[in-house]
Every structure is written in C-alpha cells, then in structure tokens.
Write a protein that binds this ligand. Structure first.
Ligand SMILES: Cc1ncc(COP(=O)(O)O)c(C=O)c1O
Length: 490
C-alpha cells in the first residue's frame, strides 16, 4: 500500500477510535453522519483515496462503505460515487439567496471608531534565498484553475451579487465552506454562523472589537507566536497575558492559575492543531482543559487554524471547535492553502457572537469582494481546492523530507522538530548561537528567522533555533535555499 497521501480524491476528517479496522471506520462515519457534520448528499472520497489517507487496506474501506450502504447511511451509484444518504431528518441547507442583514444586529456600541493598531510593514528586501516562514510557494498558485472558477462564477453570478451584500459574506461561499470545514476539519458549522473576512488578521480584529464591546479586557496568548497578532489585540486596547509553555505545549491550566498574575482573560488565542512557530499539536488533555476553562469562565477560545490542511503523518488533528462550537471561535484562512494575496478567510462563530461580529464587520468594511468570494465558492465546490491542497501536501512533504535528510547529513547535531504538519520546521541550535547563525545566514544571502523573534517579550529565552519555512521558495529556488541553509548550520 502506498505510504503517502493519495494525490486524488478529497479530504475527509474522521475521528477514528481504536485500531484502524472496518468497525472503527464504520462507527466514525456513522457518527459524522448522525451528528450532521456530513450532510445528506455529501460525496465521500473513493475507497482507494480514503484507504491511502488512513493507512488502511482498500478492501477494508470498500467493505465499510458497502455495509453502510446496506444499513442506509450511504448510497452508491455508478458515476456519482458514494454519498451520504438522504435521511428522514430535515436538511439544514439554506436557500440560495441573499440574506437580509441580521435584524437589530448592530449594537450601538459598535458605532465607536475601531482603533487601528500601528503596524510595521516589512521593508521589501531581496535576499538570494528565502526560507522565512509564513508564505506558501506563490509560484504554485493554481492560476488556470482559479481563472476557470472565476469565469464560471462571474458568468453565473446574479446581478445583485454586484451590490452591497450581507456583511457575513456570500451565501454561496458560506454554504460550500460549511460543507468543506465539516468534512475536512471536523468543524461543527452552519452557513449562518460563518463570517467571511479578509484574512485571519481581519477576523481577529473583528472578534477583538466584539470582545472589547462586551467588556473583555484581556485575551491570553501563547508564549511563542506572531507579534503582529498580539500587537493587533494590544493596539485595540486589550491586554495580552502570556500563558507559559512546557515540553508538551501551552500550559492552558494556567488560564485560571497564578501564572497570569491576576488577569482574568475573556478569551485565549491558540494555534491548537499546530503551534506557531514551535510546531506541536496541543495534547488531548489540554484540548479538553482549555474548552473546560471556556465553559466554566464564560470565555472563548480563538482557534487559529492557519495550516490545518497540511498534516503529513496521518494523525488527524481535528479542529478544537468540534469539542464545543459554542465556546470556540474557529478562524481559517486561504493564506497557506492558496495564497495570502487573496485575503480570504473565515470565522465560524458561536451563536452568541455571530450577530455581533456581523454587525461590527458591517460597521467597519461591510463585505469582502463578492466576485472573489463567488470564485472561491466555485473553486471549492468543483473540487479544485481539494485537488490543489492534496498536490501541495505531497510537494511540501517531499521538501520536508529533503530538509530533514540534508540537515542530518550536514549538521547531525541539529534537531529538526515540528515536522508532522504545516509549512515550516524548527531547527534547534546549541544554546546561545541563534544570533550568530542568523548573522551568518544574512551574510550568505539567506532570509530565515530565529525562534526568539516569535517569543513574547516577557517570556524568558530558553530556546535557540531557526524557524525554516520550507514551503516559501518556488521549486526552482528550493535546492539552492537548502544548500545555503546547510552552509550556515553549526
Ligand atoms: C500563525 C498564523 N496565523 C494566521 C496566519 C494567516 O494570516 P492571514 O490570514 O491574515 O494571512 C498566518 C500567516 O502567516 C500565521 O502564521
């Protein structure tokens, strides 16, 4: 059996318990259908593709499908594949029409001007090699497929699509996003709970404003993360107490503990599926604990699922949001899976926040570009998004493997970690050497960042390392960048 992800098919997130056998697979599929996460009519991946993804024998998956067809959970028809059967319960799908602005959704407090944080934009620089994290391979943007989707979307768009729309975004996009997020990331979602926004940063700004309006004063953050994101919160007037970190990841139990020095955060910003930049997944007991904290305190978890599509080790880490959709705000983005220049992202909101976030969005910038949203909806619905993600996953995984092999050959003492997922890895350096290695990298024309550039200022420095964005260069520049990296390692 192939030991790689299949290049074909579409993604399906399943919570498999116990050994990867037919009974476990059937239970997971039944649960996904019963909970409504997989809606009637949803097309499942072929048995070959799912078997490759789950590391199972194809026959096991084919047998499970056949039994679930016999039980009435699934249907199988020549030419249309295996789909979730239509069952007696009413469907939750919304009509495909523009929705009115949520009634009375704009609280008067949102009329106050939204503070604009001071952002320092990076100066354009031109190093010979670029391994800075944060950007996918821009040369791989699927221009032809995107153009086709754009053309189809624009041709089919009703005239009203060119007017002022629903601040939550186009219903066409929210409908297909809901299907995709439930299927691929295990998110519990309905289209009316989605707000489309122009990037994760935009979403964080909106949710930060809503929390402020509700009287929240602090949003806790992880010990390591993007300064830009914490800066956006502090710029809006929120405090950002820092949660400590240990070898298992963020110590979420300190949300109610002494480490926050008396702060009582109303929310916590987390990269639970793949900590940025250190790379681990939050262990199950801490995933449960952070949700328990939110339930007990009335707070919210802001889940930054920035690269959840890219996992290489077959261990599905579903969205934290699946544990409690009423206490977790899920934020996803196309910035890693497609391109940051699209400025397309989405929030899945608890019911208690959905109308307020939509109202703040309406007050700030109304809506994201409707043609872009329609093109993205078409791109998703046609399967082009799954195809692109799966092709890029294979390509990045190959680069990751080359990175690990090259580091082992040139610098056997350097540990590479955070490699199970995402588009970057952490190379641990001997204590006290990070600055020297960064200087040497600059000298060799290599742009790369150190872990301490992502450390919150109040966190003591205990770690030296490089954060290597192996997805960043185009294919033609990758080998050269890798060689330059090896030259600067101790
Ligand atoms: C940790 C993290 N979250 C989110 C994002 C996505 O940000 P945006 O959607 O604003 O481009 C990035 C991109 O670099 C990131 O590194």
């Amino acid at each position: 059996m192939a030991n790689e992800w299949a290049t074909f098919g579409s993604d399906l997130h399943l919570e498999l318990r116990g050994p990867r056998l037919r009974a476990g697979l059937m239970d997971a599929l039944r649960e996904a259908v019963r909970s409504g996460r997989l809606e009637a009519g949803t097309r499942l991946p072929s048995s070959r593709a799912l078997a490759a993804d789950l590391g199972m024998a194809r026959n096991t998956v084919a047998d499970a499908y056949a039994e679930l067809v016999a039980e009435g959970w699934l249907t199988a028809r020549q030419g249309s594949g295996t789909r979730v059967a239509r069952r007696a319960e009413p469907r939750r799908a919304e009509p495909r029409r523009a929705e009115p602005r949520p009634a009375g959704a704009r609280p008067s407090r949102t009329s106050a001007p939204v503070p604009v944080p001071a952002l320092t934009l990076p100066r354009p620089a031109a190093p010979a090699h670029n391994l800075k994290p944060g950007t996918p391979d821009l040369a791989s943007f699927p221009r032809a497929e995107w153009l086709k989707a754009y053309r189809r979307a624009l041709t089919a768009a009703p005239n009203e699509a060119f007017g002022y729309g629903d601040p939550r975004g186009r219903i066409e996009l929210r409908t297909v996003l809901a299907e995709y997020l439930a299927r691929a990331r295990g998110v519990h979602v309905r289209p009316e709970r989605i707000v489309v926004c122009a990037g994760f940063m935009h979403g964080l700004m909106l949710i930060g404003q809503v929390l402020l309006n509700r009287g929240v004063r602090d949003v806790a953050v992880e010990s390591y993360g993007l300064g830009l994101h914490a800066g956006l919160l502090t710029g809006a007037g929120l405090g950002t107490p820092v949660l400590p970190f240990d070898e298992r990841g963020t110590r979420v139990e300190e949300l109610a503990g002494p480490a926050l020095a008396g702060a009582h955060p109303g929310a916590v910003l987390m990269t639970a599926a793949h900590q940025f930049p250190l790379g681990g997944a939050l262990p199950p007991d801490r995933r449960a604990a952070v949700v328990d904290w939110a339930r007990a305190s009335g707070g919210f978890v802001l889940e930054d699922d920035y690269d959840g599509e890219f996992r290489y080790d077959r261990q599905p880490v579903g969205a934290l949001q699946g544990l409690d959709p009423e206490r977790v705000v899920y934020l996803g983005t196309a910035s890693k899976s497609l391109a940051p220049g699209l400025r397309l992202a989405w929030m899945v909101l608890p019911e208690s926040l959905a109308a307020e976030v939509a109202a703040v969005k309406g007050a700030v910038d109304w809506t994201s570009s409707a043609p872009d949203q329609l093109a993205f909806a078409e791109f998703l619905a046609s399967g082009a998004y799954d195809r692109h993600v799966r092709a890029m996953r294979l390509r990045y995984r190959r680069r990751r493997d080359q990175l690990v092999a090259a580091v082992a050959a040139h610098s056997p003492g350097t540990r590479v970690s955070g490699i199970a997922a995402g588009l970057h890895a952490v190379l641990t350096l001997p204590p006290g050497t990070e600055q020297d290695v960064l200087r040497s990298a600059a000298w060799h024309g290599l742009a790369v960042q150190g872990v301490n550039q992502f450390r919150r200022p109040t966190v003591p420095a205990t770690l030296d390392g490089l954060v290597v964005g192996y997805a960043t260069p185009p294919d033609s520049a990758w080998q050269g960048a890798l060689r330059a990296l090896c030259q600067v390692l101790p």
